[in-house]
Structures are given as C-alpha cells and as structure tokens.
Design a binder for this molecule. Structure first.
Ligand SMILES: C[S@@+](CC[C@H](N)C(=O)[O-])C[C@H]1O[C@@H](n2cnc3c(N)ncnc32)[C@H](O)[C@@H]1O
Ligand code: SF4
Length: 374
C-alpha cells in the first residue's frame, strides 16, 4: 500500500541568501501566528487522509531556525489524525548556522530522524557570493555534529557558484563525504530569480563557470560519489544504498503527498493542490477557518501518465518500456522523432529487463529528452 507523505513548509530564515527565491520571511516576528495557523490547518484537514503518513518533511525556509516547539506541535497534530507510522522518515532541513548541541538534541527528541543540511560549498571564497551566514569551518562543524547525532544526514552542494573551479568543487565534495553523510543533493545554481547574481554575471562573466565546465563538474561529482559507494538514484541525488530520501521518492514516483503551510503542494495521483504563496494571506485565511488552497489542478489520465514518465526518467531505474510506449504513442510525430534521435545519440537506453532510462550522457543532456514530453 502506498502510504502518504506530509510536507510542511516553514517560511522563516535568519537572512535571505543572494540566490534564493523560496517562500520565506526574514526574522521570527511572525513565528507565533504561523505556528498557530500551521497546527490549525493540519487539524482542519485531518479528514483528507485516513492512512498514516510514513514520511514527514519539514522544508523551507529554514526549519532549524524556528523554535523546535513549532515542529513538535505540528507533528503532534499529524499524530492526532490518521497518525504517523512507527518507522516514518521525519526530515528537517537545516542551516549549518543553527546547529548547536541544544538544537540538535531538541530536533532529535521531537522525533526528527533525518537532517538535510544546506552546505552549498566549503570554500570561504565562494560563500560570500551566496551571502550564507556560516563559513566553511562552521559548516564542517555542523556536519560533524549532525552525522554524530542523526542516523541519516543529507547535504546540499551547489555547482556553478561564482569563482568555483573543478578543484574547489572537489574539495567541497571531499569535505562533505568525509563528514559521513549518507545522502547528497547537487543543485546547479539558478540565478534567473536572483537580480544581484544576474547583475554580477553581466559585470563579471569570467566568474561564472561555462556550460562545458559545468558538465565536467557534474561528471566529477558522479565519479567521486560513486567511488565512495554512493548511487545516483535521481538526476541530482546520490545516496548510499538504503539511504535514499523516501519522501522525495514519493514525488518522483507520483505517490500521494499532502502539503501543509504557505506555498505547500500536495498530490493524490490526480489532483495537485497548492496553498497560497503569501504567508500573511495563509495565516489570515487559516485562522479565519478558511482553506488556504490557491491552485487546484486536476490532471487528465493522459497528463498524469505523461508526468509520471517525465518524473520516472529522472530516476536511475527509469520507467517501464510499456508505459513509455503508451505515452510516446500520444506525442506528435515531431516529438516522437526527437525521442528516436535521442535514443540514436545514446541519451536513452532500453534495457533487456524492459525498462527505459537515461544513459550517463542522457543525464547531462536530460532537457533534450524531457522537451519531447512538454
Ligand atoms: C530550503 S534550502 C535548505 C535549508 C536551509 N534553508 C539552508 O539554506 O541551509 C533548500 C536548498 O535549495 C537549494 N537552492 C535554493 N535556491 C537555489 C538556487 N537558486 N539555485 C540552486 N539551488 C538552490 C540550496 O541548495 C538549498 O540548500
Ligand atoms: S537558501 Fe535556505 S537559508 Fe538561504 S534564503 Fe533560501 S531557504 Fe533561506
């Protein structure tokens, strides 16, 4: 049985990093009202699922920045409904700057058993461009504390930071792997929604790694992580076997999730619901007893299958040849030809066990494959 996952958005950060456009307020001025609203929303929506959650994911924003009581009360509200499974994966995203032993103990004692740390880089030359609060030594200390205290720790690493080189990325990765994390997410720095980085790129294009360099970064990360026993189970995610993010796998395999909090999204296999992206409006609506839902999209069966192929191709295991064939039959002739070209160019492989997946080369050029489906 596919048990649902719960996503809870915690929209507070101590400081807005240069590159980030996630829904988050700076400071804790509105924490109390948000705390009340989040718990109320969970209680009000209890009836939506009668199955227990087997994953809970506190994302943000920065869940490690707010009072652990907020997370504790949200978990209690989830338990009061259909409940949380005994062996549920309970993840909290964390900023290295927030982690001291008191915070680590508090998170552990309320039931968090997986920490996802935003490290980004371990280079003190690169961190200032991102306006992170911590320096590299602070991030190393936090990683050591996290891996000591939690059975599962993931680190986010960025590729494409101004000034980053193959050497500096290798050093950041080596530091992260040496800390004992079992999971790694690597994100390409996106600057489109970050005006200050867009301006910097105009002024100093030399600081930004080019496309070929980025491709070699990606290959280097894959080689090093593989040598350390990690498996790339999704385009941007590597894990030691058994340490994959069970929550994120739900998104990639279109399993049910329920989203609580500002901007949170949930999906029941057919309908995707997203809450308002304004924290002020979210709090107001929920505390007045109204729904915070802002967008509801019902996918047709064809759209749902097409989306499941797009998501499935991100995974190492790919998708079944049968479902791939069913979806490609609905594409235009031009798109089918593009997929055939991608196969001939060695981007897609059809295995003997009846599965279709991206090759190593296909991972680097995944957009060429995905564009046939959108
Ligand atoms: C919610 S944050 C993680 C927790 C905590 N707020 C922190 O930053 O340490 C989620 C992650 O998204 C990634 N991210 C955010 N904005 C990004 C961007 N513009 N480009 C690439 N990655 C981004 C970062 O790697 C970040 O660690
Ligand atoms: S990257 Fe994390 S800490 Fe920085 S602004 Fe975004 S959510 Fe906040």
């Amino acid at each position: 049985m596919n048990l649902p996952g719960a996503y809870l958005h915690i929209p507070f950060c101590a400081h807005r990093c240069t590159y980030c456009s996630f829904v988050a307020l700076t400071g804790l001025e509105h924490e109390d009202r948000y705390h009340r609203a989040l718990v109320r929303e969970i209680v009000d929506r209890r009836a939506e699922t009668d199955l227990p959650f087997d994953t809970v994911y506190f994302g943000g924003g920065t869940p490690s920045f707010v009072s652990p009581r907020l997370l504790e009360d949200a978990l209690a509200a989830l338990r009061g409904g259909a409940g949380i499974g005994k062996d549920a994966e309970i993840t909290a995203e964390a900023n290295p700057d927030d982690l001291d032993s008191a915070r680590v103990d508090a998170l552990r004692s309320i039931g968090v058993n997986r920490l996802s740390m935003g490290v980004q880089t371990l280079s003190d030359e690169e961190l200032p461009w991102l306006e992170r609060r911590h320096d590299a030594a602070g991030a190393r200390r936090a990683l050591a504390m996290a891996t000591e205290a939690f059975p599962r720790v993931s680190a986010d690493l960025m590729a494409g930071i101004p000034g980053q080189t193959r050497g500096s990325l290798a050093e950041s990765l080596a530091g992260i792997l040496a800390s004992g994390v079992q999971h790694l997410s690597v994100y390409l720095l996106e600057i489109e929604k970050a005006p200050r980085l867009v301006a910097l790129q105009k002024e100093r294009p030399d600081l930004f790694p080019g496309d070929d360099e980025l491709a070699s970064f990606w290959e280097d990360v894959h080689r090093t992580a593989t040598a350390a026993g990690f498996v790339r189970y999704e385009l941007s995610n590597w894990a030691l076997p058994g340490y994959e993010s069970r929550h994120n796998l739900k998104y990639w395999t279109a399993q049910p999730t329920v989203g609580f909090g500002v901007s949170a999204t949930g999906f029941d296999g057919r309908v995707r619901r997203t809450n308002t992206g304004s924290t002020n409006e979210y709090v107001k609506r929920v505390l007045e007893g109204q729904s915070a839902e802002a967008v509801r999209v019902e996918l047709s069966e064809e759209e749902a299958t097409r989306e499941s192929i797009l998501l499935g191709l991100r995974l190492h295991d790919g998708v079944t040849e049968e479902s791939f064939g069913r979806v490609t039959a609905t594409l235009s002739r031009g798109d089918r030809e593009r997929l055939e070209d991608a196969r001939e160019a060695g981007l897609l492989e059809f295995s003997r066990s009846g599965r279709v997946r991206l090759t190593e080369k296909g991972v680097l050029l995944s957009n060429e494959v995905f564009s046939a489906f959108v």
